[in-house]
Design a protein around this ligand. Structure first.
Ligand code: AMP
Ligand code: MG
Length: 317
């Protein structure tokens, strides 16, 4: 770990740099547009959850790389810091709301080597959304609209900031291209995401990842999954992960235990599933900082975070 006892010149420059100011103006514009589009599409914004009895396990996704969950003890109860709001999003749809989103802080204690990817932070924010009774096509349409609206707004409202950062942006054509992980693996090998992203000029979808228990396995084609990632072009890599969800108790238990996890830590969530309270849904989450990195063309994601939280680097404030 790089340890610094006092704040150095580069660190002070971060707070005073005009590039950082332009980056933050672009981020502000992104948040405004995201809120506008989600509201126009009938979503209700819910507040993020930071402490819970349980959170997204992030595994057995092979690309997950956290050392451990963040934990605190409060009045004798052990609570974990949110890795993602997926379980709470499913529970939030049990009532009258059928479209929800949150801008949700996530703590993921990533391994130090992730600091070098240019894409990983150990604290970041996600726009996390879920639609009751929806299927993946609904998410594709929504997310394509969100991204195109963000690009249009940033291009027009933040023209000067983009010029200062030396970045020009294209609004992609809708619908975005779709591939499966199987075809991309065959073409580019295991590192398909980096290669395909580098070669792409526009964002694209990648379907069918075997990962966390809550992403639905295709009942008609076991071993295939009704989930997806959105990938940015120009080598910026993954933008969003999401999926249609599992909601039935028996299937959830099978997926949790099949992935080598114990059902114990999912007590209340599984109780609700057993009572038939969870409902079918589809959704996704995209990282705010990753989106701003793509929009600004920053080499490393830490260039867009005012108070950087980079795996392997000491926190100053
Ligand atoms: P996940 O469901 O794990 O794919 O996370 C959802 C989204 O959050 C990803 O597609 C990224 O945009 C963002 N994200 C995930 N992990 C990180 C990280 N360590 N640092 C920054 N952004 C992240
Ligand atoms: Mg992902």
């Amino acid at each position: 770990m790089k340890l610094l006892c006092t704040i150095d010149f580069m660190e002070i420059k971060r707070y005073t740099d005009e590039r950082m100011a332009s980056t933050l103006k672009i981020q502000s514009c992104v948040l405004e547009t995201v809120h506008r589009v989600f509201r126009e599409e009938g979503f209700t914004q819910i507040m993020p959850v930071i402490l819970s009895t349980t959170t997204d396990p992030l595994g057995p996704d092979p690309s997950a790389s956290t050392i451990k969950k963040g934990e605190i003890e409060y009045l004798g109860q052990k609570l974990v810091l949110t890795q993602s709001m997926i379980l709470h999003k499913q529970m939030a749809l049990m009532g009258k709301l059928s479209k929800i989103f949150a801008v949700s802080p996530c703590i993921r204690l990533e391994t130090p080597d992730r600091g070098a990817t240019g894409r990983h932070l150990f604290e970041f924010s996600q726009v996390d959304f879920e639609l009751g009774g929806a299927v993946m096509a609904d998410v594709f349409g929504l997310m394509e609209e969100v991204l195109c609206e963000v690009l249009k707004d940033v291009k027009t409202k933040c023209h000067r900031d983009l010029t200062l950062l030396g970045r020009s942006l294209l609004v992609p054509t809708i619908p975005f291209k779709r591939f499966t992980t199987h075809e991309l693996k065959e073409k580019y090998g295991d590192d398909w995401e980096a290669s395909a992203s580098k070669l792409a000029k526009e964002p694209f979808w990648v379907l069918c990842h075997e990962r966390e228990f809550y992403d639905r396995e295709d009942p008609k084609r076991p071993g295939h999954f009704l989930d997806y990632d959105l990938i940015y072009p120009e080598g910026f890599g993954e933008a969003l992960s999401g999926g249609e969800r599992e909601w039935e108790f028996d299937r959830l238990v099978k997926r949790i235990t099949g992935g080598g996890k114990s059902t114990e830590e999912y007590g209340t969530y599984l109780d609700l599933a057993k009572k038939g309270k969870l409902r079918p849904s589809a959704g996704g989450g995209f990282g705010v900082e990753r989106l701003v990195r793509f929009l600004t063309g920053a080499k490393h994601i830490k260039q867009v975070q005012l108070f950087p939280r980079v795996p392997g680097e000491e926190v100053h404030i």
